[in-house]
Write a protein that binds this ligand. Structure first.
Ligand code: PLP
Length: 401
């Protein structure tokens, strides 16, 4: 009898999903042997693609040497990784002095918010009052969910959240009005990964820097999806000229193993003392050994250059596609995080199912948007094949709006 996920797992992901069995580069194979071009990389996780033998070797070697010791001890891979991450300081006038390892994007943001809460209280006896943006997604723990505005994720839990402020995205006059000294910290995505692939305007990034500075508000950049080369720079904050006090990274860091980091400036770190926060698994030696390899690769200037090059090819191909497919309403995104907004009357989940049948895996983002987040190692031929499949499916739709 074939075991069925639907009979065994809590029903948080809907109907039975395709059972994937192996991957190589940008291609995945399911249990029936059908292959798929993966254009969302395990939700922006698989930066180096599937089946990387060098990474597999690092993981196996470290597992045999030392797998888990808890955070009552430290390990050589964790120290080496922290050093590599903190050596890279690309944001002008911001130095990230320390970092905290955890296991997921939500945990990295939860740590950021808890550290910010401590700092806010210690600095000025203010209550920790947090702000985030419309359509933001920061995770599914209670604190991060309280700052995630999309209704579908939070409606069932309303009433349990602490009071928060939701700011409109890319609205300078609202920022001026609402980002007052009452706000203790604000968390922002430079590109909203789950919220429609909208990018923070440079006017708003600069205004956020200015208002946070003058009102003593802690600025947190959630780079869980955008960090580590996705937008063509190590941090998307670099391109946007955002100057966060705290940066969180996660998805690609562990090369597919769970690992995240919360980077803090001295202002924040000064207030952190033992027992304030912690984790059993965060920063384990196997994840960190793998992450050292991933970090070294994705932060190499030649690698970032290749991401920028691939992103230019993808951009050109999408612009050409949009000129031939009336169903495309708008193109969004930066680097290798792209959004295709379809006409209002189109059922995006149906389009995604058709693309999957045709051998291309993509995911939705917000309302009516198809998100592309392929491995950062994507090749020109894969981009061409993906865009051919998009074209074949999109041309069966006509825009009526
Ligand atoms: N923040 C952002 C910007 C994300 O895109 C995500 C996940 O998609 C998260 C936080 C939550 O990460 P995780 O699912 O690893 O908890």
């Amino acid at each position: 009898m074939r075991l069925n996920a639907d009979d065994l797992l809590v029903n948080t992901y809907g109907a039975e999903r395709i059972r994937m069995v192996r991957g190589k580069g940008c291609t995945l194979w399911d249990a029936s042997g059908k292959s798929y071009l993966d254009f969302f990389g395990g939700i922006a996780v698989n930066a180096l693609g599937y089946g990387n033998k060098a990474i597999a070797k690092v993981a196996a070697k470290q597992y045999q040497k030392l797998s888990h010791v808890s955070n009552l001890y430290t390990t050589e891979p964790a120290v080496r990784l922290a050093d590599a991450i903190l050596k890279h300081q690309p944001i002008p006038n911001r130095t990230y002095e320390r970092l905290f390892f955890s296991n997921s994007g939500a945990e990295a943001n939860e740590a950021a918010l808890k550290f910010a809460a401590i700092c806010i209280q210690k600095e000025g006896n203010r209550a920790p009052y947090f702000a985030s943006f419309q359509n933001a997604f920061h995770g599914r723990t209670f604190l991060t969910l309280s700052l995630t505005s999309q209704k579908k994720y939070r409606t069932m839990y309303e009433g349990i959240f602490p009071p928060t402020l939701t700011l409109p995205y890319n609205d300078p006059s609202a920022l001026h009005k609402k980002l007052t000294p009452d706000v203790g910290a604000v968390i922002v995505e430079v590109v909203q990964g789950e919220g429609g692939v909208r990018s923070l305007s440079s006017a708003c990034a600069l205004l956020l820097n200015r208002l946070c500075n003058s009102n003593n508000i802690i600025l947190i950049a959630d780079e869980v999806q955008t960090g580590m080369g996705r937008t063509g720079t190590v941090y998307a904050s670099e391109g946007a000229r955002l100057k966060p006090d705290i940066i969180t990274i996660a998805k690609p860091l562990g090369g597919g193993l769970p690992l995240a980091a919360t980077l803090v400036t001295k202002r924040i770190h000064t207030h952190i003392t033992p027992a304030i926060h912690g984790t059993t698994f965060g920063g384990g030696p196997v994840q960190c050994a793998v992450a050292c390899e991933v970090w070294a690769r994705v932060t190499a200037p030649s690698f970032l250059h290749s991401v920028q090059h691939a992103s230019g090819i993808l951009d050109d191909a999408l612009v050409h596609l949009a000129s031939n497919c009336t169903v495309i309403k708008e193109l969004r995104g930066v680097g290798l995080l792209r959004g295709i907004q379809l006409a209002d009357d189109v059922d995006v989940s149906q389009v995604i199912a058709q693309l999957r049948t045709a051998g291309l895996l993509v995911i939705p983002s917000g309302d009516g948007v198809i998100r592309l987040a392929p491995p950062l190692t994507i090749k020109k031929a894969d981009i061409r094949n993906a865009v051919d499949i998009l074209h074949a499916v999109f041309r069966t739709y006509k825009a009526t709006t």
